[in-house]
Write a protein that binds this ligand. Structure first.
Ligand code: AMP
Ligand code: MG
Length: 320
């Protein structure tokens, strides 16, 4: 029997019994548990095989709920929260002592977000506790953007996937921390850098190795298909290196299908980066199940969501 269900009351019952439910968000599906239940939180790490040093994101129903989670909100954090929540932005702020160390991997900061999905907002509003929810995939694998992806990963491990359809944004939230009250991007994501800078001015990016391994989203190889994947600016040249193999192509707008290509996915024929981002992981899941020898991915223009997509492609691939 399928574990996918639209029954919010059932989700509330399972979560209240300290068990896990996969929840829909506008970024990716999350594997959720009560932040105050040690049993549930341990179970998140065990189910995902996620190392305990990787902290989790806390999901709250509104900006107002922030005050029960964090002890200090810099001015620019408040401005960002008021502008972009509910939305695809996670803020890392000083935690209150009630937030368990398991959630924060012992750090004195906690990552928190108001997700923008009607089903999960309704769930969060009815629950007496916030939800910790990392992406609902085994550690290092491609993140799930459809309930079926989660079912494929965890049907023997969890009781329920709360069905909220396909994730509209399709890549993880943008994570922003603060140093001396100034915002710093810890992970590029579904909210574009330019949109953030329009509100708070120039923002430093520490997306890569500097902060690793604090954040799993920062590991060099992450979000990865099991098929060997290459990222390139020059698809035709890359194809030549793999002639004779079963090749899959993942492009932004280019249509290069020919006899040597087994499978091709164009992420947005009209060149819309938001559309491309929303389809990215679904495309990776699909290509990864085509028995291919290699996947060749096209690098995106390096601005807007293209920057975030390139970040994910980079971590999925062996660059050439
Ligand atoms: P996931 O939900 O699987 O995308 O992973 C949660 C992300 O939030 C990871 O990249 C975490 O490292 C990051 N994160 C959570 N808490 C903190 C924190 N206190 N400081 C920095 N990054 C954090
Ligand atoms: Mg993840």
């Amino acid at each position: 029997m399928s574990i996918i269900s639209k029954d919010i009351q059932k989700a509330i019952a399972i979560l209240s019994a300290e068990k896990l439910v996969a929840i829909p968000t506008e970024t990716v599906y999350g594997l959720a548990g009560n932040i105050f239940s040690e049993k549930a939180i341990k179970s998140i790490f065990e189910t995902k095989k996620r190392p305990f040093f990787n902290p989790l994101i806390v999901h709250i129903p509104s900006v107002d709920a922030l005050e029960s989670i964090v002890s200090y909100v810099p001015k620019k954090a408040k401005l960002l929260a008021d502008t972009f929540w509910p939305g695809s932005m996670t803020l890392v702020l000083k935690k209150q002592s009630i937030i368990p160390d398991l959630i924060t991997a012992g750090k004195n900061t906690v990552a928190v977000r108001v997700p923008n999905h009607p089903v999960t907002l309704s769930l969060l509003k009815q629950l007496p506790f916030p939800l910790a929810a990392p992406s609902a995939n085994p550690f290092g694998n491609i993140s799930p953007t459809k309930p079926e992806h989660v079912e494929g990963y965890f049907k023997n491990d969890i009781n329920m996937v709360l069905d909220g359809g396909a994730c509209i944004n399709g890549i993880e939230s943008t994570i922003i921390g603060f140093e001396n009250d100034e915002p710093i991007i810890y992970r590029l994501g579904a909210l574009a850098l330019e949109d953030i800078e329009a509100v708070v001015g120039k923002v430093e990016i520490k997306n890569k190795k500097e902060v690793s391994p604090d954040a799993p989203g920062m590991l060099e190889r992450h979000y990865a298909p099991s098929t060997k994947t290459f990222l390139t600016e020059n698809i035709s040249e890359e194809i030549k290196k793999h002639i004779g193999k079963r090749i899959g192509l993942l492009t932004f707008t280019s249509d290069l299908k020919n006899d040597v290509i087994t499978s091709q996915i164009i992420l947005s024929i009209k060149g819309d980066m938001a559309e491309a981002a929303s389809k990215l992981y679904e495309a990776m899941h699909h290509l990864d199940h085509q028995n291919l020898d290699v996947i060749i991915a096209e690098r995106f223009p390096d601005f807007g969501l293209g920057k975030s997509i390139n970040d994910r492609l980079q971590r999925a691939t062996f660059s050439s």
